[in-house]
Write a protein that binds this ligand. Structure first.
Ligand SMILES: Nc1ncnc2c1ncn2[C@@H]1O[C@H](COP(=O)(O)OP(=O)(O)OP(=O)(O)O)[C@@H](O)[C@H]1O
Ligand SMILES: [Mg+2]
Length: 465
């Protein structure tokens, strides 16, 4: 459960949400703190300015009336604001002592009070444990004269902190609720995501056990998992087809092997039991046995070749191959048969002298194969042409015959193993030729017209030394 993709996805998602949420809260609180701080300072400044004016005004008025101005003012001011007020300063009139020193200058520590400007600072009043945010405003009776004191308006810092702590608490609560909701939602959503993966896992187990009729969930849309399911389905189809081909190949091989074996056994038994005793008949039987043994040998060799080619366990050499010379060689091998059967047999090299890097023996094997088919199917007195051409980065060897041609439906089938019309053939010639061509980086193409003949073309890439 903890190791499942579903759990890990959900955990990852929630971790991302948590980090995002915490960073947002930190930023929001920070911003809020800055705003409330400057707002508080602004309020304190306004308050200080107003109070300082009021104070100066009433001091001036009461000095005219002979009352103890600052004390009167102080009482009034405290009443007026409800805030705690502090005064720091000198006597209003030299020699007179008023209640101005309610806060000794030393209580402010090394805060520098300015004559013409408001000053904002934090301090803790003596005998008090509460830290305050304060604004000091110079107080003067007449504009432009020396200030006789500073009026300080303050507010507990804790009050400010309380505001953002409350905000942070609420945001944290909202985040927790959001995460809980996201967890439920994502857990549900992730099931949609991981369900096809689990289904695919079950399907792979089935395929591994050799059951190819597995049900693969259809993909939703074109996401990666749908793509994976699609590819997996394709792979299963190919595996199943390969399995079917393997089975039919094995059946064909055993069938092909049995036919000559049956003939051999029949003749051997006849000879052993003395059924045939006439020397002529004995020689006939031995000839059949020899021919069938040859056939068996060729069959086994071909099957092995094809198996190696199909398993890509086939080494090809890389050597310089002079195609014109190679074609001369291939042509010569059938010249005698052509003469005997009065076949118009031509070699057309077209002046082309391509030299490529390939495996000469294998190229010759493919061409001989195609030629042997052409000679097998072309009637006496017919026509066979071997052509060489080059261009566009490839060389082409065409074997053209005037045989019966190949029906469209057969044109692909004849390249499959054991498809043969020839009683003495194995049906492995063309499949091997095609696999060889592929192994050499080329291909075999076929054009044919029924009743007129066929053109088998070997195309090879020109790779220079
Ligand atoms: N030039 C051709 N003209 C007409 N039919 C052809 C030609 N070449 C091949 N075929 C058909 O394709 C079949 C398969 O050819 P392939 O070479 O694979 O096997 P094969 O010649 O019958 O046997 P093998 O080559 O193993 O002795 C042939 O049996 C024949 O029916
Ligand atoms: Mg053949």
């Amino acid at each position: 459960m903890l190791g499942t993709l579903r759990f890990r996805l959900t955990a990852l998602f929630l971790a991302a949400v948590l980090v995002f949420g915490l960073v947002s809260i930190a930023l929001a609180v920070r911003f809020f703190r800055d705003v409330t701080h400057s707002q508080s300072v602004r309020e304190l400044e306004l308050e200080a300015a107003g109070l300082a004016d009021l104070y100066a005004e009433s001091a001036l008025r009461s000095s005219d009336e002979g009352a103890k101005a600052p004390e009167f003012a102080a009482e009034n001011l405290e009443k007026a604001t409800g805030d705690e007020l502090f005064y720091v300063g000198a006597s209003l009139f030299p020699g007179q002592r008023f209640g101005l020193e309610r806060l000794p200058r030393s209580a402010l520590g090394d805060v520098a009070l300015e004559r013409d400007r408001l000053v904002t600072f934090e301090f803790t009043p003596p005998g008090d444990a509460v830290r305050l945010l304060a604004v000091a405003h110079p107080v003067r009776l007449v504009r432009g004269t020396e200030p006789f004191g500073w009026l300080i308006v303050a507010k507990p810092v804790a009050e400010l902190r309380q505001e953002w702590v409350t905000l942070a608490e609420r945001l944290a609560l909202a985040l927790a609720a959001g995460i809980a909701l996201a967890a439920v939602l994502f857990w549900w959503l992730s099931r949609r995501l991981t369900e096809p993966v689990l289904a695919l896992t079950r399907a792979t187990q089935d395929v591994a056990a050799g059951r190819y009729d597995v049900e693969i969930p259809p993909g939703r849309g074109s996401d990666e998992i749908s793509l994976l399911a699609e590819r997996f389905r394709g792979m299963v189809e190919q595996l199943s087809e390969a399995e079917r081909l393997k089975r039919s190949f094995l059946m064909s091989v055993s069938h092909e092997l049995r036919t000559p074996l049956t003939a051999i056994r029949g003749h051997v038994e006849a000879l052993r039991e003395g059924v045939v005793s006439d020397p002529e008949q004995v020689r006939g039987s031995l000839d059949v046995i020899a021919a069938e043994t040859d056939r068996l040998e060729r069959l086994v060799g071909d099957v092995l070749d094809l198996a190696k080619l199909q398993a890509h366990r086939f080494t090809v050499r890389h050597e310089e191959v002079d195609m014109a010379r190679l074609l001369d060689h291939a042509y010569g091998a059938f010249a005698e048969e052509a003469r005997r059967r009065e076949i118009d047999y031509q070699l057309a090299a077209d002046g082309a002298q391509p030299v490529i890097v390939s495996d000469g023996d294998r190229v010759l094997q493919v061409i001989s194969n195609l030629l042997s088919n052409a000679f097998r199917w072309t009637p006496d007195g017919g026509r066979i042409e071997l052509q060489l051409g080059a261009g566009n980065g490839s060389v082409r060897v065409d074997v053209v015959d005037s045989g019966p041609g190949i029906a469209p439906a057969e044109r692909e089938r004849i390249f499959h193993p054991f498809i043969s019309q020839d009683l003495n053939g194995t049906g492995l010639g063309l499949p091997i030729a095609r696999e060889l061509a592929l192994a050499l980086g080329g291909s075999i193409e076929l054009e044919s017209e029924q009743g007129r003949g066929s053109r088998f073309r070997l195309v090879l890439p020109v790779v220079r030394a």
